[in-house]
Design a protein around this ligand. Structure first.
Ligand SMILES: NC(=O)c1ccc[n+]([C@@H]2O[C@H](COP(=O)([O-])OP(=O)(O)OC[C@H]3O[C@@H](n4cnc5c(N)ncnc54)[C@H](OP(=O)(O)O)[C@@H]3O)[C@@H](O)[C@H]2O)c1
Length: 253
C-alpha cells in the first residue's frame, strides 16, 4: 500500500486531506507536535472512514514538533523507520502571526519561519532524494494566496508563503525531469483553527477545509503546478498587489 505523509494532519486542511487520501485508497501518516491531537485525529479518521477502513494500520501517527531545529530531519527518520512506501509528502503544517513586525517577538517569528519555511525545504530535500531514486513520488507544498503579495501586519507570514511558492515552483521544474510531481497549494481564507490561533475571528466568507482539501488532492493527482481553490481566489490573483496590500492592512490591523 502507498502512503501519504501529511504534516499538520491533526486539524483543518491537513486533517481534511488525510480523509481525502484515505478515500482514494492511500494509507496516511499524520504528523503533528501534539500526541493528544494525534490520538483525537486518528480516532476521528477511523470513525469517519470505518466503512472503507477497518484496518487501523491505514492511519499512522508521528509526534514531532517541526518548529525546532532538526525537527524535519527527525520526522524524516521516524517516518522512514516505519518501513512503508511513502509515495506522497504534504508539507501542510503551519501557523500565522499577526501584528506590526516590531510587536512580534523575535523568537516567535523564528519558530514560525522554522515551521512554515525551513522544515518545508528540509523535508523536500530529504524525500526528493528517495523519490528520485525510485523515479516516482509526489509533493504538495501548502503556501497561501498570501504568497502573491506582501502582507502588512502579517509580514513574516506572507513573506514565508512567498518563499514556499517560489521554492516549490522552482523544484517542480527540476523534479519533472526525474518522474516526480511537485505542486503548490495556495488556499484563500479557509475555515480551520488558523485564525483562532492567531487571535482573530474566521471571516464569514471562508471556504470549508473539506472543499479546499478535495480541490488540493484533485489538483495534485492531475499534476497541476499551482492550485488555487475557488473562483474568487483565482480572480483576486490578477488584482494589482498594491490594492491587495491596502485591504490586507485593513483586515489584519
Ligand atoms: N486557514 C486558512 O485560511 C489558510 C489560508 C492559506 C494557507 N493556510 C495554510 O494551511 C496550512 C494548514 O493550516 P490550517 O488552516 O489547516 O490551520 P490549523 O487548523 O491550525 O492546522 C495547522 C496544523 O499544523 C500543525 N502544527 C502547528 N504547529 C506545529 C508544529 N510546531 N509542529 C508540527 N505541526 C504543527 C497543527 O498540529 P498540532 O497543533 O497538533 O501540532 C495542525 O495540524 C498552514 O500552512 C497555513 O499557513 C491556511
Amino acid at each position: 500500500m502507498k502512503y501519504a505523509l501529511i504534516t499538520g494532519g491533526t486539524s483543518g486542511i491537513g486533517f481534511a486531506m488525510a480523509g481525502e487520501f484515505l478515500e482514494r485508497g492511500y494509507g496516511v501518516i499524520i504528523a503533528s507536535s501534539s500526541r493528544k491531537n494525534l490520538a483525537i485525529a486518528k480516532r476521528k479518521l477511523e470513525v469517519k472512514k470505518s466503512k472503507i477502513v477497518n484496518n487501523t494500520r491505514y492511519i499512522i501517527t508521528i509526534e514531532q514538533d517541526l518548529s525546532v531545529p532538526d525537527g524535519a530531519q527527525k520526522l524524516y527518520h521516524k517516518a522512514k523507520s516505519i518501513g512503508v512506501d511513502i509515495e506522497i509528502l504534504v508539507n501542510n503544517a503551519g501557523f500565522g502571526l499577526m501584528g506590526g513586525t516590531e510587536s512580534i517577538r523575535i523568537r516567535d517569528d523564528k519558530r514560525m519561519i522554522q515551521l512554515n519555511v525551513t522544515a518545508v525545504v528540509c523535508l523536500c530535500k530529504l524525500f526528493l532524494r528517495d523519490m528520485y531514486e525510485n523515479g516516482r513520488g509526489k509533493i504538495l507544498n501548502v503556501a497561501s494566496t498570501g504568497a502573491f503579495q506582501p502582507g502588512p501586519y502579517t509580514s513574516t507570514y506572507f513573506a514565508g508563503k512567498s518563499f514556499v511558492y517560489s521554492y516549490s515552483r522552482a523544484i517542480r521544474q527540476e523534479a519533472a525531469k526525474r518522474g516526480v510531481v511537485v505542486s503548490t497549494l495556495c488556499p484563500g481564507t479557509t475555515r480551520t483553527k488558523f485564525f483562532e490561533k492567531a487571535g482573530q475571528k474566521t471571516p464569514i466568507w471562508a471556504m470549508s477545509a473539506e472543499k479546499t482539501a478535495k480541490i488540493a488532492v484533485d489538483g495534485l493527482m492531475k499534476n497541476k503546478g499551482v492550485i488555487v481553490p475557488g473562483v474568487i481566489n483565482n480572480i483576486l490573483r490578477i488584482v494589482p498587489s498594491g490594492v491587495k496590500m491596502y485591504f490586507v492592512e485593513i483586515l489584519k490591523k
